[in-house]
Write a protein that binds this ligand. Structure first.
Ligand SMILES: [Zn+2]
Length: 185
């Protein structure tokens, strides 16, 4: 029996997190290492018609990702990560004529966001750098080599855009509550 490819947001996010664990990645995500692991050939070339990139699987099983080299470096990385997901979510030959469904495109973009900026790694880096205000924000985008827009979205999604209560702050707050005889909410 062949395994069903991942087809939910939770499943593709799990795949992205597994890539980090399995390949022992650290930011910025080494997309070439992911492609080497999956045996995907990557070609960066000039592409027209507003094409960001494409994924192809030849009848002999060889997989190829093409990325438009006219894009900014960060956009190229997002496209690259997105196209990797097409390799994971599809089976059988994928030709130029194949059009992925809207749902699959959404799935691949979700995978890309998490492959480039995993929750856990972002949380760790935020703790290391301090609260991501102003310059920290740019520093995070630079560290993960993503656009500031994407970093902003990921910080919001993970709740890391808000000031985090330090362990010390939490302990002293707990003590105040304890002294007052109230339970910590
Ligand atoms: Zn796509």
């Amino acid at each position: 029996m062949t395994k069903r490819p991942p087809n939910t947001h939770i499943q593709v996010i799990a795949c992205a997190n597994q890539a980090w664990a399995r390949l022992n990645l650290s930011p910025p995500c080494d997309l070439q290492a992911v492609c080497d692991f999956l045996d995907i050939t990557v070609d960066k070339c000039m592409m027209y018609n507003d094409t960001y990139g494409m994924f192809m699987r030849l009848p002999d099983g060889r997989e190829i990702i093409k990325i438009n080299s006219c894009l900014s470096y960060q956009q190229m990385r997002f496209t690259w990560a997105h196209e990797i997901c097409h390799s994971i979510t599809t089976t059988g030959p994928v030709t130029l004529e194949c059009r992925a469904s809207f749902d699959e495109e959404q799935l691949c973009s979700q995978f890309a966001r998490h492959l480039l900026v995993p929750d856990e790694v972002l949380s760790r880096e935020c703790a290391r750098l301090g609260h991501p205000e102003n310059n920290r924000f740019g520093a995070l985008a630079e560290l993960f080599q993503v656009t500031k827009e994407l970093m902003g979205e990921r910080l919001k999604e993970t709740g890391l855009d808000r000031p985090q209560v330090s362990q010390e702050g939490r302990r002293s707050a707990l003590k105040v509550f304890k002294d007052l005889g109230v339970e910590w909410p």
